[in-house]
Write a protein that binds this ligand. Structure first.
Ligand code: FAD
Ligand code: ZN
Length: 474
């Protein structure tokens, strides 16, 4: 049976694109090295018709499929389980830009296009595709849509869902749904596009997408501010919303401990206000404008003056050049790497309404200090979206692996209970994957879970699309 399936797959995509031997670690191991699975085969189709034929062959054999883009996901959703019976379907070869419609501000690309190449294609047409995240050199647009990725520009442009106008999808039965529409208005029944966005490969395979483009901003300004408290950071956010309107494109918060790890592990980087007395947080603000740099700068500097007067900023720098702005962003984006160099840690990607973040942080910091003595909190993230990476680092000098083994479930329960008590979500942008399928059962309402299971059953009754991801296996 297995040999027959492999033969069929070779006929569909060519023997060179059915990988069964050699080192398959790049496909079988997740980015964070949390789990190493084993695939029956890695199949690399080159067209939508080939994807559909692969799915039909797998469905006929009852073989389950794990769709994979850049394999940069952080929730263990794109790698096979340990059974050696699943087919990894890599979209990497489907990487063509099918077309750009500049007047409609849209472009149609295949799912395996790397995010950075989508950004570049839009820029070459004088337009902007604003989705931006640190993995953009490797992650694919199919993976971005399947996880509804967020990143640093959500405040202004929305997450991947809001940047998608239409999809082409291969169903779990191997049929092709051509929903590639550049329409901004279409109220003809259930929104299948929005059902597929964020479905993490469990309802079908995204083979192409029509994306929403924007005008390139004329001026882009970046500031770095030291603030006296999280409450002050949220106050600054409100001021920035009122004074910059839609010009506010980024608002990131970084705790001093997170910044101290950058200072420690990347001494070549200059971190403004690192360790400044009385300033437990720093904030990175970005303003993108369609007016001239001069006007934009005057308005931005006026905002910072108001913030000083209000007492919500202690000190601030506004980048003088694009190079300086890049350096500031580089510091922010270096936190995850600096944290990894410090050692193993427990990651949480949570969201709470921005207005409730100060209360959530004060409550949960105190709770962890009491319940998990010595744990170090690496808190940073997209405060403008109410999304924090609230990470817990093992105590200094201790055995980090033992800390994770002994404490991870308890720490997760403490943090996620606090998130739930503040009306938040345990996964703001990284998705559920296999890693948090159990967490979903605990925190999602039974009514919502029931509807999700009914949708899965209706679209994939055989249960072959990424089983165990998002929803636990029955
Ligand atoms: P993969 O990892 O290959 O897959 C992710 C999920 O999508 C899996 O469940 C997979 O089965 C499914 N999938 C993939 N392609 C398809 C397809 N064509 N059709 C159907 N299902 C598919 N995320 C954020 O939201 N914001 C961030 O700021 C952010 N920063 C990151 C920084 C780093 C350094 C890293 C490593 C990751 C970061 N991420 C971030 C995680 C983010 O989810 C992924 O980087 C990205 O969206 C996944 O794209 P991918 O192509 O790598 O997908
Ligand atoms: Zn993030």
């Amino acid at each position: 049976m297995t040999a027959a399936l492999l033969d069929t797959l070779r006929q569909i995509v060519g023997a060179a694109h059915v990988l069964t031997d050699g080192d398959l670690a790049a496909y079988e191991q997740d980015w964070r090295r949390r789990q190493r699975g084993r695939a029956l085969a890695v199949v690399r189709p080159a067209s939508t018709a080939e994807v559909a034929a692969v799915v039909r062959a797998c469905a006929a054999a009852g073989t389950s499929i794990v769709p994979q883009g850049g394999n940069t996901g952080l929730s263990v959703g794109s790698t096979p389980d340990a059974s050696g019976t699943q087919v990894v379907l890599s979209l990497a070869r489907m990487n063509r830009v099918r077309g750009i419609d500049a007047d409609n501000l849209s472009m149609t690309v295949e799912a395996g296009c790397v995010l950075q190449s989508v950004q570049q294609a839009a820029a070459q047409a004088g337009l902007l595709f604003p989705l931006s995240l640190a993995a953009e050199g490797s992650c694919t647009i199919g993976g971005n849509l399947a996880t509804n990725a967020g990143g640093t520009q959500v405040l202004r442009y929305g997450n991947a869902r809001e940047l998608c106008l239409g999809l082409e999808v291969v169903t779990p039965q191997g049929e092709v749904w051509d929903g590639l529409s550049g329409l901004r208005k279409d109220n003809t029944g259930y929104d299948l596009r929005d059902l597929l966005v964020g479905s993490e490969g469990t309802l079908g395979i995204i083979t192409a997408a029509t994306l929403k483009l924007h005008a390139q901003p004329v001026a882009r300004l970046t500031a770095w501010a030291a603030v006296p408290s999280m409450q002050a950071a949220v106050q600054l956010l409100g001021l920035a919303h009122r004074h910059l309107g839609a010009g506010l494109t980024g608002f990131e918060a970084m705790g001093q401990f997170a910044l101290s790890l950058v200072v420690r592990h990347m001494p070549q980087l200059r971190v403004p206000f690192a360790g400044l007395e009385g300033a437990p947080w720093c904030v990175l603000l970005e303003n993108s404008d369609s007016e001239s740099e001069e006007h934009a700068r005057a308005r931005f500097e006026h905002l910072m003056e108001l913030a000083f007067e209000d007492g919500c900023v202690l000190d601030a720098v506004v980048a003088e050049s694009i190079a300086q702005a890049r350096e500031l962003w580089h510091v922010r984006e270096s936190i995850p790497l600096a944290q990894a160099q410090e050692g193993l840690n427990i990651k949480h990607d949570i969201s709470v309404a921005a207005s409730r973040i100060p209360e959530f942080v004060a409550h949960t910091d105190a709770l962890l200090a009491r319940e998990v003595p010595g744990a170090r909190l690496v808190t940073f993230g997209h405060l403008g979206d109410g999304n924090l990476h609230y990470n817990v680092q093992a105590p200094e000098g201790g055995d980090a692996a033992a800390f994770l083994r002994e404490q991870e479930p308890r720490v997760n329960a403490l943090v996620y209970d606090a998130v739930a008590a503040h009306g938040g979500s345990f996964s703001a942008e990284h998705g559920v994957g296999a890693l948090k399928a159990g967490t979903l059962v605990r925190y999602k309402s039974p009514v919502a879970l029931g509807m999700m299971r009914a949708i899965k059953q209706a679209l994939d009754p055989q249960g072959i699309m990424n089983p165990g991801c998002v929803l636990l296996k029955e």
